[in-house]
Ligand binder design. Structure first.
Ligand SMILES: NC(=O)c1ccc[n+]([C@@H]2O[C@H](COP(=O)([O-])OP(=O)(O)OC[C@H]3O[C@@H](n4cnc5c(N)ncnc54)[C@H](O)[C@@H]3O)[C@@H](O)[C@H]2O)c1
Length: 253
């Protein structure tokens, strides 16, 4: 489906990689005039080659000063994709430290709060926003406690923001992907072990996980999720607000 974002100014966090980078490309291809891009990874952020104006902000979404500088720069937003997030350490609650917990909450909830606050402050009437949650925020699974709790929180934040947005016709939805082939998996010990079992074949490791966990037998691609995000950001979803779009190949059923 083709969406038209001609002339639109859109904020994207976590824009340098994976789902955020795919969404930046899809929005630029759909005619967005200006993308405000935020990511920790300055090199990958600056390496994005997009056919539209961009302003790149390298920093931590949990840093309030970063958001003050973006607000000071001004410029109203027609849409926002609040997507930066981390997985954190995979272990049962009994084995996690408070530091493990706080690290995930810092990015996935503090960072989301600050992103959402700035997006609501800069939004034009009628703007649309999408928050990246996860199916882990819908379905309880062991050993991803901080991540799952933070993503359940993200879904509820989207619902509350949707209600707060009604007077200005601002829509806010969450997207809750299952497994997506992005860099978020790399460096997680269980995933690195699986890649080693597949003799370095990362795609083979992802495929084994997908087939074990997902009724449709495959993970989503970042480009598929980006297309669904564009639907939620576009007028094609004009009556949809406060929902969580679960896109998981049936994993949560
Ligand atoms: N990949 C999956 O299987 C999957 C599934 C469900 C949800 N998600 C969610 O999708 C979102 C995007 O992740 P992805 O899969 O594209 O992973 P990714 O690692 O490819 O991209 C995440 C991006 O966020 C940036 N980032 C991380 N912490 C940041 C911070 N504190 N401040 C600014 N930028 C920061 C990273 O530098 C990176 O560019 C995350 O919120 C993640 O939880 C991913």
């Amino acid at each position: 489906m083709n969406f038209d974002f001609s002339g639109k100014r859109v904020l994207i966090t976590g824009a340098a990689s994976g789902i955020g980078a795919a969404a930046a490309k899809a929005l630029a291809d759909a005619g967005a005039a200006h993308l405000v891009l935020v990511d920790l990874d300055v090199d990958r952020l600056n390496a994005l080659d997009l056919p539209c104006e961009t302003s790149c902000h390298a920093g931590d979404v949990a840093d309030e000063a970063l958001w003050k500088s973006i607000e000071d720069e001004g410029g109203a937003l027609d849409a926002a994709f609040l997507n930066a997030g981390i997985a954190g350490n995979a272990a049962p609650f009994a084995q996690l430290s408070l530091e493990d917990w706080r690290k995930v909450m810092s990015v996935n909830l503090d960072g989301l709060f600050l992103s959402l606050r700035t997006a609501m402050r800069l939004a034009n009437d009628g703007a649309s926003m999408v928050v990246t949650a996860s199916v882990a925020g819908v379905k309880a699974e062991p050993s991803i406690g901080p991540y799952g709790a933070s993503k359940a929180g993200a879904i509820h934040m989207a619902k509350i923001a949707a209600k707060e947005g009604f007077p200005r016709k601002i829509r806010v939805n969450a997207i809750a992907p299952g497994g997506v082939d992005t860099a978020i998996w790399d460096g997680m010990p269980f995933f690195d072990d699986l890649v080693a079992k597949h003799h370095g074949d990362r795609a083979g490791a992802l495929s084994e996980m997908a087939q074990a966990m997902t009724p449709m037998g495959r993970f989503e691609s970042a480009e598929e999720i980006a297309a669904q995000v564009l639907f939620l950001l576009s007028e094609a979803s004009g009556t949809i607000t406060g929902t969580a779009l679960v896109t998981d190949g049936g994993y949560s059923l």
